[in-house]
Design a protein around this ligand. Sequence first.
Ligand code: ADP
Length: 627
Amino acid sequence: MKKKQFKTESKKLLDMMINSIYTHREIFLRELISNASDAIDKLYFRSLTDSSVAISKGDYAINLSADKTARTITISDNGCGMTKDELENNLGTIAKSGSFDFKKENESTEDVDVIGQFGVGFYSSFMVAKKITVRSKVYGEDMAHIWESEGADGYTIEECDKSTFGTEITLYIKEDTEEEKYSEFLDEYRIRALVKKYSDYIRYPIKMPVTKQRLKENSDKDYESYTEIETLNSMVPLWKKPAGEVSAEEYKNFYTEKFYDYEAPARVITQKSEGTATYSALLFVPAHAPFDYYTKEFEKGLELYSSGVMIMERCADLLPDYFSFVRGVVDSADLSLNISREILQHDRQLKVMAKAIEKKIKSELSKMMSEDREKYEKFFDSFGIQLKYGIYSDYGMHKDVLEDLLLFKSSNDKKYVSLKEYADAMKEEQTAIYYAAGESIEKIEMLPQLEAVKAKGYEVLYLTDDVDEFALKMLGKYADKEFKNVTAEAADLSTDEEKEKAKTENSSSEEMLNAMKEAIGKVLAVRFTTALAKHPVCLTSEGELSVEMEKVLKKMPGADGNLPKANVALEINLNHPIAEKIKSLYETDKEMLSKYAKILYNEACLIGGISLENPGELCELISELMV
Ligand code: ADP
């Protein structure tokens, strides 16, 4: 019998396919099962209009079996089958897809939901098989045909016997090599796991004889093996069921099993969309961050299904970085799959879906915030940082999506407050949203400038994460109110009268203050202030960069000496006895004044949470004063 050559470029393509298109060999089974499911769909579709096709729906099935001795895997279906011509056309030419033609002809029929659209899936079996036979018989025909090929050098088609209609494909698995253990695919457990992973939601039962153990008759300790046909797939995807029909328990089990979490999700999100993009999504907000969440190793993404067949484990394009903690599955019937299910076109469809998913996640998180505050705060403890990075990244492009999801601890009992809650509770005369930044709430509460703002009855946001102040700078304003750092010059809440008093004092003591500035050498200015309550001194920053921001920048990997520095001034409390003391020193002992200046500067650093550049010098100065 004459061997036929694959058509045109098929040979080259086939080689390329076998060697490079698919990254995981294991997907061959998914491809064959999807084809079988498509074939059953086609016969079922035919039965709707052709009364000569008499099969009850419950009889459709896909059968798998593996034979370790013969090194074969067989997969059979009772679907539409293929004529000789179809075998020739569908399997003789790569990239000619029967499913695609079928879909075109039946464009208007909503009932058909055919998985395969481009024809190379079948050939992926050559990644694991050295030879493939396809025996096929069309329903109602007498004649069956067998297609046989050992790969790129061609194929044969002959008549054969086959009692049942449908298609039976046998893969002759390659011998094991040093690198590749093809035998794994003959293993019952491996096959079962692959079906679970990729084809769990195929609509027709996928059956396989499974080895089991039972006690021998009349024995209480001797076991014998027997086989039983088992259905491997669960068939109905949870996300296709109406949300009302699924219990919380079912969602929890699905989530914990699928995403290897021990804790129930904080929130379950279901979405069904029709129109520009048709898809169902079942998403979960985890209750806690996975151990690798804040590492480079973490990969975001949703599991992507095309009509119930898993095509991508982590589709990153479906989730923005700031929602990267969300897990779940998205199933769509109208994705364009090019070349293979493996390589998904990054198309418009996907973008439309991603946009709608983002919107949905946002609205669900807002709901969670208002419906179950305690849960939301716990969520925010785990993932809040990610949301704040989201505000800061991409030049603030996403701030509208995210600003109302933020929480900050505040001076009101150190409890979480949202920006909206803060703004709604603002005093009438209050013109800005005040915040203070530091390593911890305890340290923030020591900031000298905090007192005056709190004394006014204004709430102060406590920023303890590195990203916080950068995020607020990116926001700029909220509800038309500017954000102000209490340690910034602009946050001085003294009355005009007090400010005038400080101003007069500063100009009459100009020489003394300059001398102090010279002695310290690290500040922009030394001046009197009326903005402090009981603290003698503080550091106040001028301009955009605060002391805390400078600290954060210094910590960044790759930071060098060229970083911008915060401009700070040393401010002395005009109402504190120290003010009089330095004035008298200026008259009597200028040398002592410069020592005082240094001590006061260091004191301001300490209380402001800034590490001292030269602790030794401070210790010496203090000891000197003590003896
Ligand atoms: P795709 O499934 O992407 O169309 P394949 O290379 O996997 O491409 O299959 C090519 C074609 O062969 C299919 O479109 C279908 O027409 C036909 N085919 C494959 N498997 C079967 C089967 N089990 N029963 C009937 N037809 C099949």
